[in-house]
Design a protein. Sequence first.
Length: 111
Amino acid sequence: MRERKLATLRTELDALDRQMVKALARRQRVVEAIARLKGDPDKVRDPTRIEAVLANVLRAADLAGLSPAIAEPVWRLLVDRCADHEAAWLQARAEPPRDSCCGCQEDSAVR
């Protein structure tokens, strides 16, 4: 009986993990949409916004019965990794400098 209950609970955890992965993928897409609006990898981290997000999460955690000892470090890491992803996403999409055929920079004002 105990093994069956354990197996049932582990199946429930696996299902929750899949739901969380889907939610995190959705969060990542929103982060990428925000990155498009910011447009600058140097503007990714906003300490005021980070603390507001954490305060919101801790309030939600309290209402949901989630320990702040779990919520706070998990979200701090999540926000940090999302900021890294946002910066890398922007960097990967940065337009390379346009060079002339000989490698010198064309100056549009000199034409």
